[in-house]
Design a protein around this ligand. Structure first.
Ligand SMILES: Cc1ncc(C[n+]2csc(CCOP(=O)(O)OP(=O)(O)O)c2C)c(N)n1
Ligand SMILES: [Mg+2]
Length: 547
């Protein structure tokens, strides 16, 4: 016989869990005590959101569920945003929450919320453990579901009395499975459609962000010469320095790549998922779309592909590559023009050294300073559009942004996780002053666990993204300004290092220095958003309609 909480830890070890992120409450104390003697490391955070975002990012980067722990009621409700983040972003993640004893309790309804039900719309699986003997099978099932396409969040609730029960010592083997391949007839159909098209265009989305897919897509592009674009979460799947790369869909319309999309007669859409902000809008009678993914397209007002190629993405792309031939129908000359236009537009302000800094210049300097495998993580703000459009990712998962839930507050925890599991890589967290403040308390966690991390806060003393939208809608500037704390002193009070550059040169120097130093470095960087409206809302519309 074994204690249920010990068995739970054993089941997690059996799944290869390395970390548990979280904040225990009294209802988790048996579990915590069992964790004490395990090789699984506990990463204690200062808010459950921090723990949840770290767990989700662990899943995103490794393909295995990141595990997080919270107490009942208020601890568990703090997991709702990270759960939605993992669920929409297809990141494997497991939440474990405590609960009052379920058999006999003298606490009335104090702190009791029906967490299992609360999590139902934002998880793939949510259940209360009512018998310790069920722990091994329930953990195995939760892990299986969390990783299975489409990956997402799962939740198990472990009540206090169940955690203390004695139960049978049993564990289930982790049995892998091979994802099924697409059927041959569909592959042949797709080949015929692509060969017959005049201006096919390849679009790489979030679901293509897997190791083997990257290689398969590169081979496809190289054999066919078909130009490619990507969605925000598909960035870096194929090196964006590739001569066939046209750009990223940071906006849904009126950007240069939409000129390419509008002229294309076929879009080969690999790994796209409707949870991402649409990279383009499909129209009735317009450009045809082949959807290549692990699962069929969810039909939507703006997305209704004409062919589904369903199965392992890498295998589908490899099989297309083997058999496809250039039958002389393809003409990519227009895409070449778009490429030239994009390159000259994107580099326009990269050498402009005015201060406060322009986001375009920031993108340029960060790219210059980071090695090929360096990682940046973004929070949510208007700079995300500039990074998505202007930053070239050279490798998969080196620009981590969230274009699914697009929640503020995830940027810092996701950078912390990226650094934790990639100690030899340079990692920069780029946040707005609004988003940074939503989980800034995790600076303490970062310092305590000894991370070497650079955090850049773009300081405009406002919710800049909403200001930009407000201006775009022709409304008056109202209701979006605030005052910030002194970020240098704030960082120092956590035992981090604070920096406030006063010029372009100064920033370059500070960034280079911070990337090579130990500790957590917070750079308070004044940003100039005055060109956002004139470029993103006005100039793009004017230029793109004449191309
Ligand atoms: C949790 C959450 N609340 C609100 C929003 C809506 N929202 C999107 S961006 C933004 C402003 C971001 O401000 P900041 O972090 O300072 O970035 P900036 O755009 O100013 O650079 C807001 C309020 C959101 N995405 N997530
Ligand atoms: Mg701001």
């Amino acid at each position: 016989m074994v204690k249920a909480s010990d068995l739970f830890i054993k089941a997690l070890e059996n799944e290869g869990v390395e970390y548990i992120f979280g904040i225990p409450g009294e209802e988790n104390l048996d579990f915590l005590n069992s964790l004490k003697d395990s090789k699984i490391k506990l990463i204690l955070t200062r808010h459950e959101q921090g723990a949840g975002f770290m767990a989700a990012t662990y899943g995103r980067l490794t393909g295995k569920p990141g595990v997080c722990l919270a107490t009942l009621g208020p601890g568990a409700t703090n997991f709702t945003t990270p759960a939605a983040y993992a669920q929409l972003g297809a990141m494997p993640m497991m939440m474990i929450t405590g609960q009052k004893p379920i058999k006999k309790s003298k606490q009335g309804r104090f702190q009791i919320v029906d967490i299992v039900d609360l999590f139902r719309p934002i998880t793939k699986y949510t259940a209360q453990i009512v018998n310790g003997n069920n722990i091994p099978s329930m953990v195995r099932e939760a892990f299986r579901l969390s990783m299975e396409e489409r990956p997402g969040a799962v939740h198990l609730e472990l009540p206090e009395d169940i955690a203390a029960e004695d139960c049978e010592d049993r564990i289930f083997d982790v049995i892998g499975f091979k994802r099924p391949d697409a059927d041959e007839m569909t592959i042949q159909k797709a080949i015929k459609i692509i060969e017959d098209a005049k201006m096919p265009l390849l679009l790489i989305g979030a679901g293509a962000n897997r190791k083997r897919t990257s290689k398969a897509l590169k081979a496809f592009i190289e054999k066919t010469g078909i130009p490619f674009i990507n969605t925000q979460m598909g960035k870096g799947v194929v090196d964006e320095r590739h001569p066939k790369f046209l750009g990223t869909a940071a906006l849904s319309k009126d950007d240069f790549i939409h000129c390419a999309i509008n002229r294309a007669d076929l879009i080969i859409n690999v790994g796209h998922d409707v949870i991402e902000k649409p990279p383009f809008f499909m129209e009735e009678g317009g450009t045809k779309v082949i959807h290549i993914n692990f699962f069929p397209a969810q039909v939507d007002e703006v997305y209704f592909p004409q062919l589904n190629v369903i199965g392992d993405i890498a295998s589908s792309v490899e099989r297309l590559t083997i058999h496809i031939e250039n039958k002389g129908n393809w003409d990519f000359s227009y895409y070449g023009r778009i490429k030239e236009e994009v390159e000259s537009h994107l580099s326009k302000y990269s050498k402009d050294n005015r201060f406060p800094i322009l986001p375009q210049r920031l993108v340029h300097l960060v790219r210059e300073e980071l090695p090929d495998d360096g990682i940046i993580t973004l929070d949510n703000g208007v700079y995300k559009i500039w990074f998505a459009r202007n930053y070239k990712s050279y490798q998969p998962n080196t620009l981590l942004l969230d274009n699914a839930l697009a929640s503020m507050g995830a940027g810092l925890p996701s950078a912390m996780l990226a650094k934790l599991i990639n100690p030899d890589k340079k990692v920069i967290s780029i946040c707005g002053d609004g988003g940074f403040m939503m989980n800034s308390q995790e600076l303490e966690t970062a310092v305590r666990i000894g991370l070497n991390l650079v955090v850049i806060i773009l300081n405009d003393s406002a919710y800049g993204m909403i200001k930009w939208k407000q201006e775009g809608m022709g409304f008056e500037d109202f209701g979006l300004d605030y005052k910030n704390p002194d970020f240098v002193k704030y960082a120092e009070s956590y035992g981090a290092f604070g920096h406030r550059p006063t010029s372009d040169d100064d920033f370059k120097e500070v960034l280079a220095k911070c990337l090579n130093m130990h500790g957590v470095h917070v750079i308070d960087l004044a940003v100039d958003y005055s060109l956002n409206h004139s470029i993103l809302n006005v100039l793009l519309k004017e230029r793109t309609c004449i191309l």
